[in-house]
Write a protein that binds this ligand. Structure first.
Ligand SMILES: Cc1ncc(COP(=O)(O)O)c(C=O)c1O
Length: 399
């Protein structure tokens, strides 16, 4: 409405997203349906969020159960689901203690705050710098967009937060200057998701870990996109023979219900004490019911075995497709976080895929990002390849 009560023609929703002309109303497993009843194969998983597919029964049941009892209570009281989920995350990672929040950006904010407070209050070093990497993505709050190594994300938001330095990713030589930057912590993605599906080289990560350990720098991994089974292990760091001090997670943790967390080693966790950090909704009974059900279901139902088998099958099929289309330059990624590098406009392919009732993503201008649920089947992968190839053909014909 305008001041004189006439209807304005602008959308009441702020235009912060470039949206596709699709309105989704229902989802089950690897499929979603739009408002006209059209069925789409969803290989985006809500951008690595619905890792168990849409509306998974096991999670739905636990959420419905919790809905009957208590939706929210303040963190001034004990929340049993929080205790159980924290215990499960600690038991299945190198971490010991968990702080709960509501999103990925908030998880990284918590990690940054923990690193600074640990340096100030526990070590008394007064160091505050967090080193991150070029092309990284860590979120949209002021601190996390500053941590993000991409100018396009920071554009227009000056002044940015002080206390961040950036190094090139996967660059061995650049690590020689790390200590000179006097960091309290390093924050990195083990596969840069938004930055183009770029896995970190194991030797590089191990050298980084070694420098951090030798110099008392906290190693913090942003597993918001890679975590909760996306790369074939519960956390991607488990494939690197390292033990980070802090792991941030969100996205897949709640199967679509908003939740974020940091899992910290006991020593790093000393940075927080009562009153030093908090969140009204963080770890509330519903969110932690979703998180608890999700992690339990993954661990108890061989979901990672399926994810790894299907990742291998998907790799083979994408390799076959790459051999047929010269515009495909590279296949990269880990587990079910895959990127196809193309020498043309990836977003044009994504649009053509929608016409074939297939949902996929981009990661930068020339990478197609493919994120099926961890529960995906061979038949669904076959269907995906057929649809993707039809999208390629339609683009080539200039339809
Ligand atoms: C690696 C990484 N970190 C942080 C974020 C931010 O998460 P959220 O959008 O939940 O704040 C994302 C989201 O895409 C991400 O991929």
């Amino acid at each position: 409405m305008t001041a004189n009560n006439t209807v304005s023609h602008i959308s009441p929703v702020m235009p912060t997203y470039g949206r596709f002309p699709v309105t989704l109303e229902k989802g089950k497993g690897s499929y979603v349906w739009d408002d006209k009843g059209t069925k789409y194969l969803d290989f985006t998983s809500g951008i690595a969020t619905c890792n168990l597919g849409h509306v998974p029964d096991a999670i739905k049941e636990k959420l419905e159960e919790q809905l009957q009892n208590l939706w929210h209570c303040s963190n001034l009281y004990n929340i049993p689901n929080q205790e159980k989920l924290a215990g499960l995350l600690a038991a299945n990672s190198c971490g010991d203690q968990v702080f709960f929040c509501n999103s990925g950006a908030e998880a990284n904010e918590a990690a940054i705050k923990l690193a600074r407070r640990y340096a100030n209050k526990v070590k008394g070093s007064g160091l505050s710098t967090v080193v991150t990497f070029k092309q990284s993505f860590h979120g949209r709050t002021l601190a996390t967009l500053t941590a993000t190594g991409q100018e396009k994300i920071q554009n227009g938001f000056a002044p940015l937060m002080p206390g961040f330095s950036y190094l090139p990713y996967n660059d061995m030589e650049a690590l020689n200057v790390l200590v000179e930057l006097k960091p309290a912590a390093v924050l990195l993605e083990l596969v840069q998701g938004e930055g183009g599906v770029i896995p970190a080289f194991p030797e590089w990560v191990q050298k980084l870990d070694q420098i951090c350990k030798e110099n008392g720098i906290l190693l913090m991994v942003d597993e918001i996109q890679t975590g909760i089974g996306r790369t074939g292990t519960l956390f991607a760091y488990q494939q690197y023979n390292i033990e980070p001090d802090v792991i941030s997670v969100a996205k897949g943790l709640g199967s679509g219900f908003p939740i974020g967390a940091i899992i910290a080693k006991e020593e790093a966790a000393k940075g927080f004490e009562p009153g030093s950090h908090g969140s009204t909704f963080g770890g509330n009974p519903l969110a932690t019911a979703a998180g608890l059900a999700t992690v339990t279901h993954i661990l108890e139902n061989n979901i990672l075995t399926n994810a790894n088998e299907m990742a291998e099958y998907l790799d083979q099929q994408l390799e076959n497709l790459s051999a047929k289309y010269t515009f495909i330059k590279e296949l990269r990624g880990t587990g079910l976080l895959k990127g196809l590098v193309v020498d043309n406009d990836a977003s044009a392919i994504v649009k053509k895929a929608i016409e074939q009732n297939l949902l996929i993503l981009t990661a930068g201008p020339n990478v197609i990002r493919i994120l099926p649920p961890l529960t995906v089947t061979k038949d669904e992968i076959d269907e995906f390849i057929i649809k993707l190839e039809k999208a390629f053909q339609s683009l080539e014909k200039g339809e």
